[in-house]
Design a protein around this ligand. Structure first.
Ligand code: ATP
Ligand code: MG
Length: 306
């Protein structure tokens, strides 16, 4: 499928989203956007609500308030969404091709078209020659690629990825990231990626949202204006990495590992939007120029561009 034939992605508009789970407010008045064909990364402390936001985008958890709007960029219909999780979750009793075809469950495609799509998805992730393999015969990286193929076979407008490469070694992870970018460039879907890896966020994303607080909301938004293909050694990405580490350190209420600043007094992480903490940049961190600050008092979102 050429880029021209491709779906061109989805618009995502999240406005003042509130999600409650088990009687607890997890997300409160959270707003964010994804433009067609854009890769957006979500970073933030463990337990903040990143996966919850992803599940809300997939329609797997209900909103207690606010809106989530998903539209296919080209046709304006409801966007097709596919999800890829941290573990491949392949079914051990199905071969690789069968696992990929499983992604088409519930669709009414004629058999030849199903087979064509499965083949196309396997080729996209470089697994065409392993179609008849069993999941147990795959390496971790191959299993993740099979899971990516299972997501792609639906031809999603929006691909949601929850720490998809966190269980593999550093080199395999880099290969998988490049695979994802190659497939993304070809298919043109929009993607939302949850990651704890600031290098991964900087390398892959067009925009990065930093979630923090309890309940969580978007506290920072960073636009990454570094053209692709990106060089992993690009000093702009190194600066962004340092900036993200500083923001995450604030979110975790402690300085970044590279920071000379002493550990501050413990305070609620919901105050990361507080101006005083926004201006606290750990020593040694290269800081890109700031953009405009927007948002209501107490729920400020800081926007930056790189
Ligand atoms: N089904 C549920 N019922 C009640 N609470 C839940 C449920 N799912 C998640 N939570 C709570 O919501 C909060 C956010 O969880 P979530 O999994 O979204 O965090 P996260 O940012 O993805 O964390 P991590 O980085 O560790 O994956 C946590 O406090 C978690 O305990
Ligand atoms: Mg999570």
């Amino acid at each position: 499928m050429s880029r021209r034939e491709a779906c061109r992605g989805a618009w995502v508009r999240v406005r003042d989203l509130t999600v409650r789970l088990g009687g607890q407010c997890i997300l409160q008045e959270l707003s964010c956007d994804v433009e067609p064909g854009q890769v957006v990364a979500l970073v933030g402390p463990s337990g903040t609500g990143k996966s919850t936001l992803l599940r809300a985008l997939a329609g797997l958890v209900p909103a207690a308030g606010g809106q989530v709007e998903l539209r296919a960029a080209v046709s304006g219909r409801q966007a097709r969404v596919a999800v890829m999780f941290q573990e491949p979750r392949l079914l051990p009793w199905l071969r690789v091709a069968g696992n990929v075809a499983f992604g088409l469950t519930g669709t009414a495609l004629p058999e030849p078209e199903r087979e064509r799509r499965v083949q196309e998805a396997l080729e996209a992730v470089g697994l065409a020659d392993r179609a008849q393999a069993w999941p147990r015969e795959l390496s971790g990286g191959m299993a993740q690629r099979a899971a990516l193929a299972r997501a792609l076979v639906r031809r999603p407008d929006l691909l949601l990825l929850d720490e998809p490469f966190s269980a593999v070694d550093a080199l395999t992870r880099m290969h998988l990231q490049d695979h994802l970018l190659a497939v993304w460039a070809r298919h043109g879907f929009s993607a939302v990626l949850v990651t704890h890896d600031v290098d991964e966020a900087a390398y892959l994303a067009d925009r990065i949202y930093v979630l923090a607080g309890c309940p969580a909301a978007v506290r920072h938004q960073v636009t990454v204006d570094v053209p692709r293909p990106r060089d992993r050694g690009d000093p702009r990405l190194a600066a962004l990495r340092a900036r993200l580490l500083a923001l995450l350190a604030q979110a975790y209420d402690r300085p970044a590992a590279s920071a000379a600043a002493p550990v501050g007094e413990a305070r609620p992480s919901s105050r990361i939007g507080d101006d005083r903490h926004d201006d606290h940049i750990p020593a040694g961190a290269a800081v890109p120029p700031f953009g405009t600050r927007v948002g209501r008092a107490g729920r400020a979102v800081r926007r930056e561009s790189l």
